[in-house]
Design a protein around this ligand. Sequence first.
Ligand SMILES: [Zn+2]
Length: 314
Amino acid sequence: MHRSMVELAVFFIGDSIMNTRKMTDSIFAVLTTIGLVLGIVASFVLTSLEVEASGAIPAYAGSISVQINNNVPEFDAEEITVTSFEQYGALDKLGRCTTALACVGKDLMPTEERGSIGSVKPTGWNQNKYPGIVNSNPPYLYNRCHLIGYQLTGENANEKNLITGTRYFNIEGMLPYENKVANYVESTGNHVMYRVTPVFSGNNLLCDGVKMEAYSVEDSGKGVCFNVFCYNVQPGVVIDYSDGSNALDENYVADTRNGKQSSVGYIANKNTKKFHYPSCDSVKDMKEKNKVYYEGTREELIDQGYIPCKRCNP
Ligand SMILES: [Zn+2]
């Protein structure tokens, strides 16, 4: 057990350390190794006790996601594999999702049309609309958020894989990380170890957020390697995490620069090659599988061959 943890730690430190013989680097490597081993042991113990690691996660301070554990994922050496699999933890005694773990390969990715997930009612589901606050149409506060995104493993109405999360958390928090994994697996055919863990405080039914870890296997994390926490928040809405109930934040001043409230700049259509503001009516008719959520500039999209929509003139 200990030997494999050390190997894993060395594995993560990567080639740069292997190639250098400087004393300082060696000391650093040893210290990092010890740190990683302690971290892995700690997370192992925490998991086995079903105690949330929320103590290690900083309070929300305005960024939808933050790196944790220096962005190093905490997979055990024995669980890293190049054989695709997916596994969804049993609901706990309060009916809450636990951990979803996968080795994502191209063979797990969906080939069929996305199915309905509306039959699943995850814990904390206390739905309300916030026009002008939630950037979707209709402006529902909550989405059924996949722990492991549909685009990665093709899971539809799996209650062990769906949590209550705000629109903002889903689109701006989780989706960019999920896209990173999907794009990498699609373009390389390699595998990514991927784990998503919702973190609930006490007996709360709505999670504070999710921990997302990813590690590309064949290239030892060169392609994809992260360990982040995404906060389940919605600017402008005050949320009671005990049951997911919510109310308008009377003190909220929306950031309406450029006429939009979020940093999701554009939504492009893979099929028609047009791009839109998220608020454009054309977006709600678009199939989810054709959507590309893009946070860069319009010039970059045009360089990639996309054309601005004539309805919303982005
Ligand atoms: Zn448009």
